[in-house]
Design a protein. Structure first.
Length: 418
């Protein structure tokens, strides 16, 4: 006999497929609300700033005109205020609050640690533990609906942009990975880019293989469209050779030649840290091409990772590259940043001293905390992009991941203090 949860999920998927990509989330939230007896239900997506939620779909069940048409969308920004919404995302747990009109439930919409948003609903009575479990699993399923449908429409991207993009920002955005966070059995990774007023050409990237994790952080010379185009050459080349597959030295060699030959502005170059982590052993190969050295947080202390010196990619077409290997230990945190985190306006941030204080934060919250810290000392407008990638190493690649509704609860950040 089909369970009630199975019927909810089946109805959810049918509703998503029957609707157009633009209306899929509204159709799904309506289906969820009807199945769970909610008086209203909303989906809130995380803003691109990482500091707010945006209400994209609000479907009151007592209002026949609740479905919005394409071209009539309304996005309402809800800044983080340390309230239940932010706590739900931070702790990756369902939050329940009593309201005058019923009980409000906030469930994280998350996949592999990527906090996509929240499912918010109002119930007439206090939900049972079983109902909350169903809501959590349904919110996880909603994550897949969003991921699948945002490939076909600009609606979600539009809703996440609370400020207009410049052309250079649009180019840069397309160079970033589809998800900024990835949880796996042996590691958790999260990246962040805090853009300057005039885009500075920063990027980060990663790709997970069966037994290997590839990652990179790059910084193209200059600002604006020319810098974004140089970054495109570098990232495109690195991705192409990575997919052959090729080792770090070959990736650097090919990218160096590509930038040197094809850069729009003569003499342009890209600094980079390239990484290849063996998930079975923890051995991490690293190549530094004229970039800020990576930092390793181990045992409560921060130390730079000493690597062979290499020239930036594209500076000289005949440059040669070397890499070094570092063996990560369970509990290690590897941090790669661009010089925007360290330049003179950000000098008030003692990064090596701050990093150990953030050790208990999930990388998803740690990167945002560091970006906030840079903005506090060098903002509100940065002179250069500030980009960082945090990799937590646990080991145990052979074990399965312990996840519930899209997140590993043991790795989540603690709740914010009242």
């Amino acid at each position: 006999m089909e369970s009630s949860q199975g019927r909810v999920l089946a109805g959810l998927l049918d509703a998503a497929e029957d609707a157009s990509p633009v209306e899929a989330v509204e159709a799904v939230t309506r289906e969820v609300g009807a199945a769970l007896g909610a008086s209203d239900v909303s989906f809130l997506i995380v803003d691109l700033s990482g500091r707010a939620l945006v209400r994209l779909a609000h479907v009151p069940f007592d209002d026949a005109g609740g479905t919005r048409r394409h071209g009539d969308e309304v996005a309402t920004v809800q800044p983080f205020d340390q309230g239940p919404a932010e706590q739900a995302l931070r702790t990756q747990t369902v939050q329940v609050t009593k309201q005058a009109h019923g009980w409000t439930v906030l469930a994280p919409v998350t996949d592999r640690g990527e906090a996509i948003g929240l499912l918010e609903m109002t119930l007439p009575t206090e939900p049972t533990a079983q109902a909350l479990g169903e809501i959590a699993r349904t919110a996880h399923a909603l994550a897949f609906v969003v991921i699948a449908n945002r490939r076909h429409t600009d609606l979600f991207e539009w809703g996440q942009r609370t400020t207009p993009f410049t052309l250079s920002a649009e180019i840069q955005r397309r160079l970033l990975p589809g998800s900024f966070t990835c949880e796996a059995s042996a590691f958790t990774l999260s990246g962040w880019l805090e853009p300057a007023a005039s885009i500075g050409g920063d990027t980060f990237d990663y790709s997970l293989g069966r037994d290997v994790l590839h990652f990179s952080v790059t910084d193209a010379m200059g600002h604006g469209v020319s810098s974004a185009l140089t970054a495109t050459l570098g990232v495109g080349s690195l991705r192409n050779t990575r997919r052959l597959p090729a080792g770090l030295v070959e990736q650097a060699d090919v990218a160096n030649a590509a930038v040197a030959e094809h850069a729009v502005v003569r003499g342009s170059y890209v600094t980079a840290v390239l990484g290849r982590l063996d998930l079975r052993t923890g051995v991490c190969a690293l190549l530094n091409a004229g970039h800020v050295p990576p930092l390793l947080v181990r045992g409560g202390k921060t130390q730079p990772v000493r690597l062979p010196g290499n020239l930036p990619l594209g500076m000289f077409a005949d440059a040669e590259y070397q890499h070094e290997e570092v063996t990560l230990q369970p509990g290690d945190r590897l941090v790669v940043v661009t010089d925007g985190m360290l330049e003179r306006n950000a000098a008030g941030l003692d990064l090596p001293a701050v990093l150990p204080t953030l050790r208990d934060l999930h990388p998803r919250e740690a990167v945002r905390a560091l970006a906030d810290a840079v903005l506090e000392v060098a903002g509100p407008t940065l002179a250069d992009d500030a980009t960082l990638l945090i990799l937590d190493w646990y080991g145990g690649h052979e074990r399965g991941r312990l996840a519930n509704a899209g997140a590993d609860a043991e790795r989540a950040s603690a709740a914010l203090p009242d």
